[in-house]
Design a protein. Sequence first.
Length: 268
Amino acid sequence: MLRGLGWLRNAIDFPMRQFFRLRRPGCQLPCEPKDGLFPVEALPEVERLVGAYGLEGWAKESGRTDFAASLFYAQMLERAWQEAGVTLPERATVLDAGCGDWFYVQPLYGLLLRYGTEGPRSVQLDGVELDAFALYEGFHSRYDWATAYVGGCEGARYHSTDIRRYDRSVDMALMLFPFLFPDDLRRWGLPRRYLRPAEYLRHVWRLVKPGGWLVLANLGEEERVEQHRLLAECAIPIRWWVTHTSPLFNYAEPRFVTLVRKEPGAAH
């Protein structure tokens, strides 16, 4: 009964958010102190990530939880790319599909700029979010917060749209924690008609250029198994996958990263 009411509420609230598309100026990052945020053994890694990827400003401007979780994301992706042998061109186009409020965009952008290159590369990073106008505390929308998080990332753009309407070819596509099960959509306020994980996966894979990469992250073993089943259903061969845990952020369940490369010369 309660689940049925949740679906009904989502079917009403989501179209209203899309119609009104509320935005409000004045959304500011909290600039919280980071004293005692990390265990002592993690501090050298924090210092390395901040220095390697130009995150000194983010370290000052961010909230404590955002900072710790976003460094976890950067470490997770860096490890995955290194171990799977990822390379990026000097002018890279990147899609982040289903990016939420994009709290991790500054570490992601810094990683894309500097990973595997002596000098910063040119990066165009597009974040796409279907439900960009969900309201947070203080009556700021997810769009407002994403705009604040993007900050000085000059090559990053946030788009409020269905990923199926995005048609730019990219060198890398990320799908970080996509919704794979009905309860995920219900809890996050989306109507059930958007439970189309295979359709979304095929579309994003089609956007990846030959020689490019698809990066997937999943929460927990059940999601990882379902994600790998969907990849097999879509005839997308797995290149590499790993479980990632870290003292940078103590998640209750492990995070899994899966990488796929579209071979050079493959149909695009």
